[in-house]
Design a protein around this ligand. Structure first.
Ligand SMILES: CC(C)(COP(=O)(O)OP(=O)(O)OC[C@H]1O[C@@H](n2cnc3c(N)ncnc32)[C@H](O)[C@@H]1OP(=O)(O)O)[C@@H](O)C(=O)NCCC(=O)NCCS
Length: 412
């Protein structure tokens, strides 16, 4: 058995070997331009894994990002990425050791008490205390069926096609304006914007060149944008293009509706596809025939509370709550214990207590309800959370729930 060393990536040459190993496990070839983009938001000292002296046998890392929590706070989060174990080393506990090391490391950082990730396979991370906290939806429909309900106001703004530079000049301010109302979304620094709008052969393969439009108010101020890729197609009876819509953001409802009308009325386009939409995407309520907009659900982001008490104080709660949680956490035992959470829409306090518990909950399920998109009541009904005081599940569900569903369209 070869000796494996758990270590951090040392320099760019080492990072090239690290990315080659991880791409190989994902059955892909590294693209130099993509790597160059990603390097701009990668801290090498957050990338680590097992090295066998010749090559990387296992890789993992995290990006330092800011996530929006219920109530609008933007807080630092370890956005976990690059998880691979090469086929020759699988099922010997390497992932488990890396998860152990990573969560200890995140805990030791001064201001991070949350970790989040997307899973290639949704069975992997529950054992490490990650709970599925959001669902992303894929929306599809035929544009001829997607009229709006009567009475929807489009306002007097205008939509114009624009280039990447103009989108980058106005899009980030629009995104930052709406971000506090969107739990689960992550803030974007310039390198993340560059990555979002980047275009190359590979990204064009399934859906054409990336395009942008801006919405302007009658006074000329930009108030919305859309990012999309048209996939040209012709059938025996004529045009059959599909629009792949990546993002629509607007600072007011009229701009939002007008941007969608623009996208839905494009000549030659017959269908749309929206990846990474929220389950409560407002478009679903705008259309006259909701059935015409098909919604397919996928698992979204998985959340891990690394420091339960700190994490619970970061978010806001939809209703006043005073509750004692009995938390079990096998993988991060420092979290195991009883916590009294006293919170409302303005703030939260959380401290350990010896008082009797109202709810018995695992760290995994606490992660699942953390962004407000999973109901505590339903976890009690499923037998996953124990209701020790009658009525506490309902009280907890109302407080932990949030009016806007969490969603994270940005992959990392
Ligand atoms: C997923 C992966 C990292 C697991 O690595 P590993 O070193 O084999 O994992 P471990 O040996 O530490 O396994 C720990 C536990 O997780 C389970 N497990 C690991 N991968 C799993 C999977 N894909 N599905 C379900 N369970 C899995 C193991 O069976 C083991 O269970 P046990 O504790 O009950 O014995 C590895 O299989 C891999 O690289 N897969 C391809 C790339 C990928 O999907 N990465 C994840 C990106 S989000």
């Amino acid at each position: 058995m070869v000796d494996l060393t758990l270590r951090t990536v040392r320099d760019d040459e080492d990072y090239a070997a690290f990315t080659a190993a991880l791409y190989s496990v994902f059955l892909e070839d590294p693209q130099p331009d993509e790597l160059e983009l990603a390097r701009k938001f990668t801290d090498l000292d957050r990338m680590f894994g097992f090295h066998d002296g010749t090559r990387w046998a296992a890789t993992v890392g995290d990006f330092r990002k800011q996530v929006c929590l219920p109530g609008g706070a933007l807080v630092p989060v370890a956005a976990v990425t690059s998880v691979t174990v090469s086929p020759a080393y699988r099922r010997r506990g390497l992932l488990t050791q890396m998860m152990r090391h990573q969560l200890d490391t995140v805990r030791a950082r001064a201001d991070e008490s949350l970790a989040m990730l997307f899973a290639s396979e949704s069975m992997i991370y529950g054992r490490f205390g990650y709970g599925m906290a959001s669902q992303n939806s894929v929306l599809t429909g035929q544009v001829r069926d997607l009229d709006f309900r009567p009475g929807v106001e489009l306002g007097a703004g205008t939509v114009t096609e624009t280039d990447a530079a103009t989108l980058l000049a106005h899009g980030p301010a629009i995104f930052d304006h709406v971000l506090p109302g969107l739990p689960g979304r992550m803030s974007r620094t310039r390198p993340w914007w560059d990555d979002l709008i980047y275009d190359n052969e590979e990204r064009r393969k399934d859906s054409g060149r990336i395009r942008f439009v801006l919405h302007h108010e009658p006074d000329g101020s930009p108030s919305g944008y859309a990012i999309y890729r048209p996939k040209s197609a012709w059938s025996s009876i004529g045009p059959n293009a599909e629009l792949h819509i990546e993002e629509v953001r607007a600072t007011n409802p009229r701009a939002y509706a007008r941007l969608w009308r623009f996208l839905l009325e494009m000549d030659l386009v017959r269908s749309i596809r929206v990846d990474g939409a929220a389950v409560d995407e407002p478009l679903r309520h705008l259309v006259a025939d909701p059935r015409a907009l098909q919604c397919q659900l996928q698992d979204g982001v998985f959340v891990r509370l690394v420091e339960v008490d700190r994490a619970l104080t970061l978010r806001r709660y939809a209703a006043p709550i005073d509750i004692v949680l009995d938390v079990r956490d096998e993988f991060c035992p420092w979290n195991t214990g009883r916590y009294r959470l006293h919170a409302d829409t303005d703030g939260a306090e959380c401290e350990t207590t010896t008082a009797s518990a109202d709810l018995a909950i695992s760290a995994r399920d606490l992660g699942a309800v953390y962004l407000g998109g999973v109901s505590l009541t339903q976890l009690v009904t499923a037998g996953l959370v124990g209701e020790l005081t009658p009525g506490s599940a309902h009280r907890g569900a109302v407080a932990f729930g949030w009016p806007v569903a969490p969603a994270i369209p940005d992959h990392f």
